[in-house]
Design a protein around this ligand. Structure first.
Ligand code: ADP
Ligand code: MG
Length: 351
């Protein structure tokens, strides 16, 4: 079965919870709107902003999201699509200015995660079929094809940037920013709101979100979805400017002969990372938290602490395939379990 992200799946978990906890006594001037971008529902909530200004701000954000969705889409005509057509030539070309900042940021994050966050593996994503909105229910790709792509070792280091000129030293590089474009978009939206003088807001893209200020007269409070089942696993209160990003094996997957194949690929093997079911990161910048969640997912229960240290992450929660939770001490101090606690809870600091 192919699972497209259910409309509002995680959004519901995070969105409803914050709603439930903040909408008790009709807070003044709360405005909430939802639109579709990056294949998910984006939910913007503002407090204390006059109706007209709120409507204008949300319209501006919606415009930006649509632009970014078009520009950063690896598989459709657009700026990144053009880059992906030109990279295999090995010639240098003028990169679209809209894409260059993402390339720079992706190079930095990929280097710091030892290549576990690796947006240069677009061809692997394509081979697995996860670039399609609805992946057909077929068998996984042939091992030989996967091995051949892994052997070509596409990496962000293969990209050479000189000013606005770009070229790839490796024809196997194809960029897919699916693991951090949403974070980048949420950051851009929050920046826009701040520039408009808005102090209390949340931008929630399918459960991946960032908040500023407060939810009216109380702090923002969000839920982290349980990786198995429909409910909420944990709740967290957010400080000003914090983002919460989760990578889960339930977002996109298909099943074949009793085995689940999901969309987060270990660049070292070319196969979906095996030992994790979800990772949640709380951080400042959404782009970093988003890329970090993907890298930590790949690193798994044995390797996540090295990545957390390399990225200076304070708040990490990883759930493994047995339902056991691994948390940094700071994260353990903030999560409130909702419903049943995980099978085991391991708290330890990155070295
Ligand atoms: P979500 O879709 O839940 O936001 P992620 O942020 O982890 O999850 O992004 C997953 C997407 O990132 C995949 O659909 C694919 O496009 C891309 N991707 C998969 N594996 C990797 C990886 N190791 N490094 C970078 N991008 C990846
Ligand atoms: Mg991510």
């Amino acid at each position: 079965m192919t699972q497209r992200r259910p409309p509002g799946g995680t959004l519901l978990a995070a969105g409803l919870l914050s709603l439930a906890l903040t909408a008790c006594d009709d807070p003044p001037q709360r405005r909430q709107e939802t639109f579709l971008a990056f294949g998910t529902l984006v939910d913007v909530t503002l407090y204390g902003v006059p109706q007209q200004r709120a409507a204008e701000a949300i319209a501006e954000i919606e415009d930006d999201f649509r632009y970014m969705h078009r520009t950063y889409h690896a598989w459709r005509p657009g700026a990144l699509g053009r880059v992906n057509r030109l990279l295999p030539t090995g010639e240098d070309f003028s990169a679209p200015p809209s894409v260059l900042p993402l390339i720079r940021e992706a190079k930095r994050l990929s280097a710091r995660t030892d290549g576990l966050f690796n947006p240069a593996i677009g061809r692997l994503i394509e081979l697995w079929g996860f670039h399609q909105d609805a992946r057909p229910d077929t068998a996984p790709p042939e091992r030989a094809e996967i091995d051949a792509l892994v052997a070509k070792a596409p990496s962000m280091d293969d990209l050479v940037v000189h000013g606005i000129r770009l070229r790839s030293r490796n024809p196997a590089v194809k960029l897919d920013f699916g693991a951090f474009a949403k974070g980048y978009g949420v950051d851009a939206a929050i920046d826009t709101l701040r520039e408009l003088g808005i102090e209390d807001a949340m931008v929630n893209a399918g459960g991946d979100l960032r908040a500023i200020g407060r939810a009216g007269d109380r702090p923002w409070r969000v839920g982290v979805r349980h990786p198995r089942g429909r409910g909420v696993l944990a709740a967290v209160e957010l400080h000003d400017g914090e983002s919460v990003f989760t990578s889960g094996d339930y977002e996109r997957y298909f099943e074949h002969e009793g085995q689940r194949y999901h969309h987060i690929i270990d660049p070292r093997t070319g196969y979906p990372a095996r030992e994790t079911t979800s990772v949640t990161v709380i951080g400042a910048e959404g782009a970093t938290a988003d890329a970090a969640a993907t890298a930590l997912f790949v690193a798994g229960p044995g390797g996540w602490k090295d990545i957390a240290r390399a990225l200076d992450l304070e708040y990490v929660m990883l759930i493994d395939h047995d339902g056991e939770a691994y948390l940094t001490p700071a994260m353990a101090g903030r999560v409130e379990w909702v419903g049943a606690e995980p099978a085991a809870v391991h708290v330890s600091a990155p070295p």
